[in-house]
Write a protein that binds this ligand. Structure first.
Ligand SMILES: N[C@@H](CCC(=O)N[C@@H](CS)C(=O)NCC(=O)O)C(=O)O
Length: 214
């Protein structure tokens, strides 16, 4: 199966982390989102042009959306870490945390990050203020939960931690959270996790190209 992704994309990193947790083989297909021609070519594969995207030719299945890709690999590749529990109530709680981290950490982080790269005059200060408020709320909620929990689901490492790692790693840069010590310690645990350490190491050569050395 082929994974279309970009090493610096937060949603791609979420799926890469999951694949490494599962020790799941795949064919890497890097998409250069900064290059118009490469984007146009990629839209022939997935018309929405979003990464990550999983292509499973042997089943004629095409799987967009990071959480759905992780659902797919967790179901079809039993090895490695179980990322979504079999118990339906626990699974629902993992999915809820995954959604919260995507929608209320990763999305506002992206809003702040990309707004800062827009030219003067086309920025959205109100949207950025709202994104910062959303992050403040989520930082407080997460810090409170992580005062007693090791991972997003207590003792259980899960898909929600794959969502959290890249989202928090980037959020830390655009809207720091050092004053939340439990959240800071959690990001420390995530970056020490071999799966995410590998994701960051593989992304490093691409950071300067994508973000102009920032
Ligand atoms: N909800 C999607 C979000 C994917 C997404 O927004 N990916 C970004 C990169 S992190 C992207 O493809 N951006 C390019 C674009 O929007 O055209 C998921 O979970 O996979």
């Amino acid at each position: 199966m082929k994974l279309y992704y970009n090493p610096v994309s937060s949603y791609s990193q979420k799926v890469m982390m999951a694949l490494y947790e599962k020790e799941c083989p795949f064919e890497p297909m890097i998409v250069n989102l900064m290059d118009e021609a490469a984007r146009a070519e990629y839209k022939k594969v997935f018309p929405l042009g979003k990464v990550p995207f999983l292509d499973v030719p042997e089943k004629s299945w095409q799987v967009p959306e990071s959480s759905i890709i992780i659902e797919y690999i967790d179901r079809h590749y039993p090895g490695g870490t179980k990322l979504i529990p079999d118990d339906p109530d626990l699974a629902r709680q993992v999915r809820m945390r995954d959604r919260m981290l995507d929608l209320y950490v990763n999305e506002p982080m992206g809003k702040i990050f990309f707004d800062g790269r827009r030219p003067e005059g086309s920025r959205d200060p109100l949207g950025v203020t709202q994104a910062r408020e959303r992050l403040n709320n989520m930082y407080a909620v997460l810090d409170n939960a992580l005062a007693k929990d090791t991972w997003a689901m207590g003792d259980l490492f899960s898909m929600a931690d794959c969502a959290a790692a890249p989202a928090l790693q980037y959020a830390r840069m655009v809207h720091p959270f050092e004053n939340h010590k439990h959240l800071t310690a959690y990001l420390g645990r995530l970056t020490e996790r071999p799966s995410f350490a590998r994701v960051l190491k593989e992304a490093a050569p691409y950071f300067a190209v994508a973000f102009g050395g920032k």
